[in-house]
Design a protein around this ligand. Structure first.
Ligand code: TMP
Length: 214
């Protein structure tokens, strides 16, 4: 069992990509590898204030529609709150942190989906100061298949109700960032759940074993 410093691992993916079951799997892989249960976070959310922001972005108010720029700022308000009060303190104590979404979601959904990339990059640089995950597992799925799976689970929220073209732009942005960044691993989430989980286990274990002890 290795005694290394904690790392920040993130799972990303469009709706219906299978993020929730991947989070449980990755949680157990990290626990097997480190002997510690990681601190689990989700975005938006993970602190009392950030959970209130989650409700604001998820629920549509037809009398006061959320404009794209305000949506973007809300995601960053939630994220900086979570980083400052939960993620950085946990990492400073040597704990591992497992995030259900992080900054790549804003780049993909608000930057790609909403067409606000210059704004997203500016806020990201100004608020995160280069803080990023050690490793991101991006579960890649065709949006039509993902949304089909998501709607089978129940009613769709404000973002899930966006036009398919929005998700296609978001997916293209996820893939474009993954192609440029070795810390982002792409998993084909259209495969059977067993195959997806095996891929996650293989790829994550390889990376975790490659991490040098301090
Ligand atoms: P989920 O955590 O259940 O996937 O819901 C979060 C929703 O918010 C999902 O539709 C993706 C969206 N989102 C953004 O648009 N930008 C972001 O930065 C984050 C974290 C999530």
């Amino acid at each position: 069992m290795s005694q290394q410093l904690g790392q920040f691992i993130v799972i990303e993916g469009l709706e219906g990509a299978g993020k929730s079951s991947a989070v449980s799997l990755v949680q157990s892989i990290i626990t097997e590898h480190t002997g510690q249960t990681p601190v689990c976070t989700r975005e938006p959310g993970g602190t009392p204030l950030a959970e209130k922001i989650r409700d604001l972005v998820k629920i549509a108010d037809e009398n006061d529609p959320l404009c794209d720029e305000a949506e973007c700022l809300l995601f960053y308000a939630a994220r900086t709150q979570l980083i400052t009060n939960v993620i950085k303190p946990a990492l400073a104590k040597g704990q591992w942190v497992l995030g259900d979404r992080h900054n790549l979601s804003s780049l993909a959904y608000q930057g790609g989906g909403r067409g606000l990339m210059p704004l997203v990059k500016a806020i990201s640089d100004a608020s995160l100061h280069g803080f990023k995950p050690d490793l991101t597992l991006y579960l890649d799925i065709d949006p039509s298949l993902g949304l089909q799976r998501a709607s089978a689970r129940g009613a769709l929220d404000r973002i899930e109700l966006q036009h398919i073209a929005f998700f296609e732009r978001a997916r293209a942005t996820f893939l474009a960032f993954a192609a440029e960044d070795e810390s982002i691993i792409v998993i084909d989430a259209s495969q059977s759940i067993d195959k997806v989980h095996q891929d996650i286990r293989d790829k994550l274990t390889k990376r975790l074993l490659a991490v040098k002890r301090p």
